[in-house]
Design a protein around this ligand. Structure first.
Ligand SMILES: NC(=O)c1ccc[n+]([C@@H]2O[C@H](COP(=O)([O-])OP(=O)(O)OC[C@H]3O[C@@H](n4cnc5c(N)ncnc54)[C@H](OP(=O)(O)O)[C@@H]3O)[C@@H](O)[C@H]2O)c1
Length: 265
C-alpha cells in the first residue's frame, strides 16, 4: 500500500493516521472517539479485547458521518479455532455496523495449523462481505508466510508494535516484498527514553513541533499507518496535526538510526 491508498486495490482507503482506543473505556472512550472524529480522524482502531466496541459504535452513530468516510478496524483474539463467525457478529452488533473495513486476528495462535484454521475463517468472513479486508496482528514474517502457504491467501495487513527503537528496515521491507501493509501500533510508547530522546526533542524544537508529532510524522514518512491513542483533547488534536509536519531526509535518517537494526553489534 502507498500512504492513503486502499489496503487492497479498489477497496476503501485506510487513512494513514488513525485513532487508537486501547485502555479507553465507557464514557471516556465515547468522548475520546467523538473528539477524534471532530478533530478529523477518519480511521478508528478497536478490538474485542479492549471492551469498548460499544462506545466506539456510539461515537460513530452520534457523529453521524457517512459510513464510507470512516475506516473501522476491530480485532479478535482467541485460543482455539471455531468462534470466529459468532465473534464477528457480536463485534458488528456492538459497533452498530454491517461490516468492518478491517478485521484482524489479534495474536497468532501457538499451533500453526490452528492459526491457519482461524485465518481460513477470517477469509470466509471477508468473502461474506462482513469485513472488507482481513489481516493479522503481532505476526512475524515467518508466521505470515505460513498462513499464505496454508491457505493461498496473504493477510492484507499485519499490525505490529513500531516506534523508533523498534525500527528495523528488514522487517519493513519484508512486508513490502509480501505486499502486506505494515501498520504500526504503540507509536508513542517506545522504550526509554522514549519521546524524551534528545534527537527527537531537537528535531521537534527545530520544527516548532512536539516530540509526539515528530515520531508520528517519522512513521508516516515511512508510509506506515500509525494509530496513536490519547484520552486528552489537546493531545488528540496535537497528534492529528502530525500530518502537517514535513521532516527532512536528515531528520528521518537520524530517527532511523535509533532503530534496533542499527544498534545491534
Ligand atoms: N494489535 C495490538 O496488539 C495492539 C497493541 C497495542 C496497541 N494497539 C493499538 O494501537 C493504539 C496505540 O497504541 P498504544 O495505545 O499502545 O500507545 P500509544 O498511542 O503509542 O501511546 C499512548 C500513550 O501515549 C500518551 N500520549 C498520547 N499522545 C501524546 C502526546 N502527544 N504527548 C505525550 N504523550 C502522549 C497517552 O497518554 P494520554 O492518554 O494521557 O494522552 C498514552 O499514555 C492502541 O490504542 C490500539 O488501538 C494494538
Amino acid at each position: 500500500m502507498t500512504q492513503g491508498n486502499a489496503v487492497v486495490a479498489g477497496r476503501p482507503m485506510m487513512p494513514p493516521l488513525g485513532f487508537g482506543t486501547w485502555q479507553l473505556k465507557g464514557d471516556d472512550a465515547y468522548r475520546a472517539v467523538s473528539l477524534a472524529l471532530e478533530a478529523g480522524y477518519r480511521h478508528l482502531d478497536t478490538a474485542t479485547l479492549y471492551g469498548n466496541e460499544d462506545a466506539v459504535g456510539k461515537a460513530l452513530a452520534v457523529g453521524g458521518l457517512p459510513r464510507d468516510e470512516v475506516f473501522v478496524t476491530t480485532k479478535f483474539a482467541q485460543r482455539s479455532p471455531g468462534r470466529e463467525p459468532e465473534a464477528l457478529a457480536r463485534s458488528l452488533d456492538r459497533l452498530g455496523l454491517e461490516r468492518v473495513d478491517l478485521w484482524l486476528l489479534h495474536y497468532p495462535l501457538k499451533d500453526p495449523g490452528e492459526n491457519a484454521a482461524v485465518w481460513d475463517a477470517f477469509l470466509a468472513a471477508a468473502d461474506e462481505g462482513l469485513a472488507t479486508d482481513v489481516g493479522v496482528s503481532n505476526h512475524s514474517l515467518d508466521q505470515l508466510d505460513a498462513l499464505t502457504a496454508a491457505t493461498g491467501r496473504t493477510p492484507a495487513v499485519n499490525q505490529i508494535r513500531l516506534n523508533p527503537p523498534l525500527y528495523d528496515p528488514a522487517v519493513v521491507e519484508g512486508h513490502h516484498d509480501r505486499q502486506v501493509v505494515l501498520e504500526g501500533h504503540s507509536p508513542l510508547r517506545p522504550r526509554k527514553p522514549g519521546l524524551a530522546h534528545p534527537a527527537v526533542v531537537e528535531i521537534a524544537a527545530a520544527h516548532g513541533a512536539t516530540p509526539a508529532q515528530v515520531v508520528l510524522a517519522w512513521q508516516l514518512a515511512h508510509r506506515i499507518p500509525a494509530i496513536p491513542r490519547s484520552g486528552h483533547p489537546e493531545r488528540i488534536l496535537e497528534n492529528f496535526h502530525a500530518t502537517d509536519l514535513d521532516l527532512t531526509p536528515g531528520d528521518i535518517a537520524r530517527i532511523d538510526a535509533l532503530g534496533k537494526a542499527r544498534t545491534r553489534p
